[in-house]
Design a protein around this ligand. Structure first.
Ligand SMILES: [Zn+2]
Length: 91
């Protein structure tokens, strides 16, 4: 009974949530893309622009830096991660 379970071939599946690299202290949030890459959201303070919350996808390279609200930046970064199918550039 249930002998067929013991004959199943074991396969190794890569961990889809393994981080590409350790987050730097400047990274406030990280989002996992559909392809396993990471979107990193940071905080930037620049003269003349004030505080912004840029984010960059480490899979496809898309970046955006025009939000002064972390709530808006988080939502947009998360939306990108939900749709982006890019895989990590550097495993
Ligand atoms: Zn992307």
């Amino acid at each position: 009974m249930l002998a067929f379970l013991s004959r199943r071939k074991e396969t190794t599946v890569p961990d889809p949530i393994a981080p590409q690299k350790p987050a730097t202290p400047e990274v406030l949030m990280r989002f996992l893309t559909q392809g396993g890459a990471t979107v990193e959201l940071t905080k930037a303070v620049r003269a003349g622009r004030g505080t912004t919350y840029p984010f960059e996808c480490l899979g496809c390279g898309y970046d955006f830096d025009n939000y002064s609200s972390i709530v808006d930046a988080r939502e947009f970064a998360n939306e990108h991660a939900e749709k982006c199918r890019a895989m990590p550039r550097h495993a």
